[in-house]
Write a protein that binds this ligand. Structure first.
Ligand code: FE2
Length: 449
């Protein structure tokens, strides 16, 4: 067991280095081969130049083949789940459009498809207040859209404005929470066989919902429910949120916990929703130092974001040493999102998420925001392909939603000239310096644990 843990630590340490080097390091570190053996192996592979070239090409091909199968990916989706998810007015039709592109690019065939099960009121009560759940279920069952419930009660539970009650809301919340819980259970089960597993549930990621209040188009916090489920299997969970909005509901739920580290990258300032997520918010009580916020100014580009993300994620993950990761991958960071103010492209988001996947611990990937639906589909398809190491075409394949991709019909999303990056290199350097100091404290705390 010690050897397995040691090997896993070495894998994590070298997660971004060359794969073959990593294997050699692991085998050498575990005593399977010594330095002399490594030298002999290197000599053998040299040979005459032509043979050397052939060996190199064969090795490369073999690595490519291995890459295709090196990570198990599961995909939680079904027709009824997509139909009910499509009803949310802010994301009308999104689940179907996203699934159609993932399917049209042949990615569904490369994953284990898992049928979601709806959540029960008892499942929801693992995090949510009972009175809040009862009100939501009762309100949505009324044909006259909750007229029987007082305005005061609806206001108290946040069931107005952007979180208004709509027909079949009870079916919606049960489906959304149930799908993410199904994904969390699948991850726990698959991780027993293979640690290098990723489970996708793109209908999830409702990170703004609170224990007794709906907020920001989020009625039920499937992220918190999933983490609570995963805690039964994984002692330490790292939550990473790259949605343009602060993951406030999740952070607050685990504010006092040292068993869940919450890390959120988001736009901050100028009253940007939800208005929380400053760097100084870093957890409370036992959870002090187990939350980190990376507040950013508007217009951040791929170059700045990816550089910062790799630094911060690398520092936090190596200091905390999570047993599993939950990633909320909101696509409202994209350059054309009508509610966001970042200037990222699909390429930037994919590079950041790849860094998470390469950490090689069981990972649950949930959706989140994203209001320009064809761009969300482009983004989540690319992230799924990155996890699978599967190639994608440059053009959107012809399928049912093909006209939605006009006028470019390309898979990529370009940056916008109208969104200036207000994050200066100086500010980025300051954030890195603060993160470095926080991670030193975190490392000390983790050693004491
Ligand atoms: Fe968002």
């Amino acid at each position: 067991m010690t050897r397995i843990l040691f090997e896993r630590a070495v894998v994590r340490e070298h997660s971004r280095s060359d794969r073959s080097n990593r294997i050699d390091v692991i085998m050498s570190a575990s005593g399977a081969i010594g330095e002399q053996d490594l030298q002999m192996k290197a000599e053998e592979s040299r040979g005459p130049p032509k043979k050397r070239l052939r060996v190199a090409v064969e090795q490369e091909r073999s690595e490519e083949n291995k890459k295709d199968y090196r990570r198990k990916c599961c995909y939680v989706s079904s027709f009824p789940l997509r139909k009910i998810s499509d009803r949310l007015s802010a994301h009308k039709g999104r689940a179907s459009v996203v699934h159609a592109l993932i399917q049209a690019t042949q990615l569904v065939d490369k994953m284990k498809v898992v049928e979601p099960r709806p959540a029960t009121a008892k499942d929801l009560a693992a995090f949510h207040d009972t009175a809040y759940i009862e009100t939501m279920l009762r309100a949505s069952d009324c044909d006259d859209n909750a007229k029987s419930i007082s305005l005061e009660t609806l206001e108290k539970f946040g069931l107005l404005d952007d979180c208004f009650v709509f027909p079949k809301l009870s079916v919606y919340i049960s489906a959304i929470a149930g799908a993410s819980l199904t994904a969390a259970k699948e991850l726990c089960s698959e991780a027993k066989k293979d640690q290098n597993v990723i489970v996708f549930c793109w209908t999830g990621g409702r990170h703004h919902a609170h224990r007794n209040k709906a907020s920001g188009f989020c009625y039920v916090n499937d992220v918190v429910l999933s983490i609570l489920k995963m805690k039964q299997t994984f002692p330490k969970i790292l939550y990473v949120d790259v949605d343009v909005h602060h993951g406030d509901g999740v952070e607050r739920a685990f504010n006092f916990s040292d068993e869940v580290f919450t890390l959120s990258f988001h736009s901050y300032g100028d009253a940007f929703f939800p208005g929380t997520g400053s760097y100084s918010e870093s957890g409370k009580g036992r959870g002090k130092c187990y939350s980190m916020n990376v507040p950013l100014r508007s217009g951040i580009s791929d170059a700045h974001f990816v550089d910062l993300f790799e630094f911060v994620f690398g520092a936090v993950a190596s200091s905390y040493g999570p047993d599993a990761i939950v990633l909320v991958c909101g696509a409202d960071t994209l350059s054309r999102d009508p509610l966001g103010n970042f200037n990222m492209t699909v390429d930037g988001i994919t590079r950041a998420t790849k860094c998470v996947f390469d950490f090689n611990v069981p990972t649950l990937v949930l959706g989140g925001g994203g209001y320009k639906i064809p761009d969300v589909a482009r983004c989540w398809t690319a992230v799924t392909a990155a996890a699978l190491n599967a190639p994608l075409p440059a053009d959107v394949p012809v399928h049912d939603y093909f006209p939605a991709y006009a006028p470019s019909y390309r898979m990529r999303v370009d940056p916008s000239n109208a969104r200036k990056d207000l994050n200066t290199p100086n500010e980025i350097a300051k954030i890195k310096s603060s993160v470095k100091a926080s991670c030193e404290k975190l490392r000390e705390k983790c050693i004491d644990m």
